[in-house]
Design a protein around this ligand. Sequence first.
Ligand code: SF4
Length: 785
Amino acid sequence: MLRPAIRGAARGRSFATHTSSIPRNYPSITPPYPTLIQNLNHVRSVLKRPLTLAEKILYSHLHDPVHGLGDGGRIRGEAYLQLKPERVAMQDASAQMALLQFMSAGLDRCAVPTSIHCDHLIQASDGAEADLKRSIISNQEVFDFLESAARKFGIEFWRPGSGIIHQIVLENYAAPGMLMLGTDSHTPNAGGLGMLAIGVGGADAVDAMTGTPWELKAPQIVGVHLTGSLSGWTTTKDLILHLAGKLTVRGGTGRIIEYFGPGVHSQSCTGLATIANMGAEVGATTSTFPYTSNMRGYLHATGRGPVAQAADEAAGKGFLSADDGAEYDEVIEINLSDLEPTINGPFTPDLATPLSKFGAFVKEQGWKDELSAGLIGSCTNSSYEDMTRVADLARQAKAAGLTTKVPFLCTPGSEQIRATMERDNVTSTLQDVGAVVLANACGPCIGQWKREDKKGEENAILTSFNRNFKSRNDGNRYTMNFLASPTVVTAMAFSGSLSFNPMTDSLTLDSGNRFKFFPPSGQDLPSTGFTPGDTSFYPLPTPEPQPDAEVVIQKDSQRLELLEPFTSPFNDGNLELPPLKVLMRVRGKCTTDHISAAGPWLKYKGHLTNISENLLITAVNDEGGDVNVAFDHDAPSGITETGTIPGVAKRLKGRNQPWALVVDENYGEGSAREHAALQPRFYGCNLIVARSFARIHETNLKKQGVLPLWFADKTDYSRIGSGDMIETVGLVNLLQGHPDAIIKLRVTNREGEIFEIPTTHTMSIDQIKWLHAGSALNHIRSQMK
Ligand code: SF4
């Protein structure tokens, strides 16, 4: 059944511009500055030292600003903060599980303003209108579920085609000094407006939505001091690509990146958002910037003058920038004048190569000097500034009679950007040189690209997106995906070769003449203002909940399934975990994409049984080195049988045998995908022991009642193998409320040898309660009774 609201979105997509203004509820989008400043004054009386901006925002959002920092001893990197986020945003894929969890908490409305954004489920194939119509039909039941749940609980619902979550948040909800959670790892994009926006799993979002204090281990603060200025081809994208190369994908873990210095103030607000967006690629908790006049300009241009005015007043009281003399845990100096365009990849966002060296790099690697497609846009780089700079290059090329040599796809970040691009002839300029404009959605950035060419073939694409793990864009693991600024992607799409450097090289025209691009120029903001586009995409601000509304889940649905609470392993009163069988030892990089693959699996986000079939299917088994291979040492045949990882996990579940995983460094890096924690738990995993964990994923495991332990001695990793039995020793002390308790693992290997392995953990008092209850949600529900 097509529900009218969603069907209207497809039909209502109009390429005409609309002039009516966007409805706003200013109190709901303006941080409560007087209260925050008062909270900060309490904190100052304890800390008595200059504070960084990130600290000001965090500490002013403490649930208990008077006692929340204890005696003010060492906080950063050590204390656990109980915070009160102001807002939650969820994308359509992660919102399903978040809402299913919220529903089981038994409340009738969200405790904070919340929005849902339908963007990840739109598949890119033939162009905006056709793709949107087809995707709405193929995801109908999910959109119906989300829309009906939004109606019931008073959530702002952004329909398919309205745009990408982070662009919409920046245009509508973000505000200086705000603390927001989003169920997507690129939520930090909103930091471009001088706030803290943190990507979390659905279970954390449920904390904020239920008014439960949200816990965060106080991050360390890295200061990035920006001097000099960007010029020519170099953009803020190049700054973050360069920084990713310096910091690596782990360098930001457990840290907030706070930029400061004169170089901040010369960047556009959307340019800062690009930097904040990609802070996720170095694992940073989030990124932020002091309030600037360009932020003020952006708030006014997006119809939020009253928010700008309130921010001006808060800035006047010193709230929106670091105190003089504030100390950072590390300071990185970057002179923007020294930067050059940078290309990162393939397969990891921290492999940074300056543009001038990229041709030689391609040659050294023995790759074909051939680009197969250029893709621009996404939540990272689809600002008006990005698009007008790209259009400038397209105009230059068109005047020379050039069209792009390879498919050139453009994803606008929002309906407002799409409509403004269209009005200002940016779209037609791009189309004139061969661009295909896709729907305002994630599309190729998240594997939703129905690519017909290069299947299974090695090929290279350039994108202006933010993430480039293997297979992420087109599902082809041989597609080498490089990240660059939109202007570099565009210029290279005209040459079709990877070694082309638009700063120095020229192209040969049909006439035999040579053509060289001038450095691109664009405009930060449209001189005649933004046009909202099709206003039927805009939800009513802070709608009233409709308790009588029915949440639509189709009977026998393969996409949505109500959640059954997990059982606590401690229900029998024994406060050690039951003996656990080791499923496998995972080798090397294991991102949340490896644990719970995206692409075609996205359609099962709301159906735990079905999506669990993808558990770890791209992970490497350290015993043998194969992908998606596990060993069942207790097969009924009496011999060790080989199966897929989810297959063997299911067998263990079928035998009521709880199990454990042994994993390598930075386990669970990448997207904040709570399914990567839910799925192992669903199959019976109670313990994961790692050389190290990525922060968000470690918290997600705790939320689902899986105990994450760290090897005290990393070499112990190789001492445990599949089929070994593990028992915890000392967990009882932790569960009795002693976070300092030491937990050891007693391992009985398959040869019968018994030995103990020391571990460490990061469990806080509250997280211990989640573990005891079997999950955080079980704990929250028990508190509501
Ligand atoms: Fe969508 Fe890609 Fe942005 Fe994620 S990073 S929100 S998938 S556009």
